[in-house]
Design a protein around this ligand. Structure first.
Ligand code: GTP
Ligand code: MG
Length: 138
C-alpha cells in the first residue's frame, strides 16, 4: 500500500465541500490517515509549487492557495498516487471524467478544488512539508 498527499483547495473549503470531497475519496477506497485545516503561508505555497515558478500563472496560483484555508491530507491505499489522480479527474474540470471530484465540484482550471501528488517520490516530499510522522495514523 501507498501514501499520497492531497489538498482540498480554497474554492472547495469556501463552499463547504470538505465533507463531500472526503466522501468521494473514501468511496474510492482511499483512507484518510492524516488531515488538518490550515492557512498556508506565502512561503509554504511558493515552496510547494516551486516547479511551476516560471509559469505565467504562478503568482495567481500562490495568491489563490493562500486566500483562504485549505485542508491538507495524507491518503493511504493500494496504488494511492495513481488512484487519487484518477479520482480527482483532469486538471481542467471541463475535461474531467464523470464522477471525478473536479467534474463534480471544480470551477475552473485555476480553482480546481483539489491537489494530488503526481508521483510516489513527490508524495513523500509533499507529505513531509506538512506532516510529521507522528501525525499520520495508518
Ligand atoms: P495539482 O494536483 O494541483 O498539482 O494539479 P495537476 O497536477 O492536475 O496540474 P499541474 O501540476 O499541471 O498544475 C498545478 C496547478 O496549477 C493546477 O492544479 C492548477 O491549480 C494550476 N494551474 C494549472 N494551469 C493553470 C492555468 O492555466 N491557470 C491557472 N490560474 N492555474 C493553473
Ligand atoms: Mg501537479
Amino acid at each position: 500500500t501507498e501514501r499520497t498527499f492531497s489538498i482540498i483547495k480554497p474554492d472547495a473549503t469556501r463552499r463547504n465541500l470538505t465533507g463531500k470531497v472526503n466522501a468521494v475519496i473514501e468511496d474510492a477506497g482511499l483512507r484518510i490517515v492524516a488531515q488538518k485545516r490550515i492557512r498556508m503561508s506565502r512561503d509554504q505555497a511558493e515552496k510547494f509549487y516551486e516547479v511551476h515558478k516560471e509559469r505565467p500563472f504562478f503568482g495567481e496560483l500562490v495568491d489563490f492557495m493562500i486566500s483562504e484555508p485549505v485542508v491538507v491530507q495524507v491518503l493511504e491505499g493500494e496504488n494511492a498516487v495513481a488512484r487519487y489522480r484518477e479520482v480527482m479527474g483532469a486538471t481542467n474540470p471541463a475535461q474531467a471524467a464523470d464522477g471525478t471530484i473536479r467534474k463534480l465540484y471544480a470551477e475552473s482550471v485555476g480553482e480546481n478544488s483539489v491537489h494530488g501528488s503526481d508521483s510516489l517520490d513527490n508524495a513523500e516530499i509533499e507529505i513531509a512539508q506538512f506532516f510529521t510522522d507522528a501525525e499520520i495514523v495508518g
